[in-house]
Design a protein around this ligand. Structure first.
Ligand SMILES: *Cc1c(COP(=O)(O)O)cnc(C)c1O
Length: 412
């Protein structure tokens, strides 16, 4: 990390970035680093420079890059069978479904691939449950969501986003959603009651990641649980980013003493190797699906299941949750010591933080670029926020080194 090879011009990086810019849609604005290899919490670019990855694929890499156990599980499965489609059974699927349900304290699983597909599955399931179990008149189901939500990028999901960048020019939008302020229980109750018996679900992130790691006020999630239970409404927790260790527990809901009716999982479930997502719920809820009514060619494929089974085994030990809790306490203690002139607010839980930079010290993007020059990768969000979410396997020494770079950037 000390002696970085210098940029030669025109660098391999520059050429690679120019080609990507010319031939791929500009729906992202990546930092100008071209990663070639990775190991644990570190990545190396095409010129041999090393960077500490403090983003970890938005929590898809909770267990680090190329975690040896996950790579071994994937390699072993590559030599057996990789894809069957759900037209047939495969010998990894049953264990995956049973063990994931068990980890969640639930009964059934519906596997998909990406997070957005799992959220779509949750929406379809809640609506179907509303019509078939709750007795909602056809086409009238309402789902209540929070402002500043991030649940993915499909047409239906962006229909209930409050982020104009995500929504604009993608209409017409899917109806059937009501948006209320995040963290405001009274507003949620009013919206649930306004739609009355047609309310089928409340869909929330227990901690809003993309919004800048927003933690709701204490008691909010417990209040949501009580409200939804009393009204016969499903509580859907989108734990795609907050779940599977990031906050210092298997689920962020757990830390509030809350069990939702449905978990939506993704990101870390695939161990940073393959996309794996799932909806996990009760037999009453997921039992509404009948053959042919929903599905995915790749959902539940044996390679995905083999990797996810290893992920589940690692989560059962509690080791990663504990690391996230302990290192998270350290991280937040250190972040609180950053100069108030440079940092407006620090939020988060576990090994997960949103840091609002005072504009006098630069935009989130500028801070990210300066950190990159010092060998640390983070991602800005909403202009002035940088998000820290290192792999849960990061060493305390590496974390401290990363924090030192942040202090230097904010001081310079
Ligand atoms: C990332 C994310 C999604 C979408 O997952 P994709 O795999 O990108 O489709 C949904 N919900 C939350 C909370 C997320 O963080």
């Amino acid at each position: 990390m000390s002696t970085q090879p210098t940029l030669s011009s025109p660098s391999i990086s520059a050429r690679s970035i120019a080609t990507a810019e010319a031939h791929s849609a500009h729906n992202y604005h990546p930092l100008p680093v071209v990663v070639a290899t990775a190991d644990g919490a570190w990545v190396t670019d095409v010129e041999g420079r090393r960077y500490l990855d403090m983003l970890a694929g938005y929590s898809a890499l909770n267990f680090g890059h190329r975690n040896p156990r996950l790579i071994a599980a994937a390699k072993a499965q590559l030599d057996r069978v990789t894809l069957t489609s759900r037209a047939f059974h495969n010998d990894r699927f049953a264990d995956f479904a049973a063990q994931l349900a068990e980890l969640c304290g639930m009964e059934m699983v519906l596997p998909m691939n990406t997070g957005a597909e799992a959220v779509e599955t949750a929406v379809k399931t809640a609506r179907k449950w509303g019509y078939r179990v709750k007795g909602v008149p056809d086409g009238q189901a309402k789902i209540i969501v929070a402002d500043n939500n991030f649940h993915g990028r499909t047409t239906t999901i962006i229909s209930f986003s409050t982020d104009e960048e995500a929504r604009a020019d993608h209409g017409p939008y899917t109806p059937g959603f009501e948006v209320v302020p995040y963290g405001d229980l009274a507003a949620l109750e009013a919206a649930v009651d306004e739609a009355g018996e047609n309310t089928v679900a409340v869909l929330l992130e227990p901690v809003q990641g993309e919004a800048g790691v927003l933690v709701p006020p204490p008691g909010y999630l417990a209040g949501v649980r009580e409200l939804t239970r009393s009204r016969g409404v499903l509580f859907i927790a989108d734990e795609i980013q907050s779940g599977l260790g990031r906050t210092g527990a298997t689920f962020a809901c757990e830390q509030e003493g809350v069990v939702p009716d449905m978990y939506v999982l993704g990101k870390a479930l695939g161990g940073g190797v393959v996309p794996v997502s799932a909806v996990v719920s009760s037999r009453e809820v997921l039992g509404v699906h009948r053959p042919g009514e929903h599905g995915s060619t790749f959902g539940g494929n044996p390679l995905a299941c083999a990797v996810a089974l290893e992920v589940l085994d690692m989560l059962r030990s509690g080791e990663f949750q504990q690391r996230a809790e302990e290192l998270g306490e350290h991280l937040h203690r250190e972040l609180k010591l950053l100069p108030a002139s440079a940092v407006r607010e620090v939020r988060g839980r576990g090994l997960w933080a949103g840091v609002d930079i005072d504009p006098s010290h630069g935009t989130g993007r500028e801070i990210s670029e300066r950190l990159m020059a010092r060998g640390v990768l983070v991602k800005d969000t909403h202009g002035s926020t940088i998000r820290l979410a290192p792999p849960l396997c990061i060493s305390k020494e590496d974390l401290d080194w990363g924090l030192e770079q942040l202090r230097s950037v904010l001081a310079g």
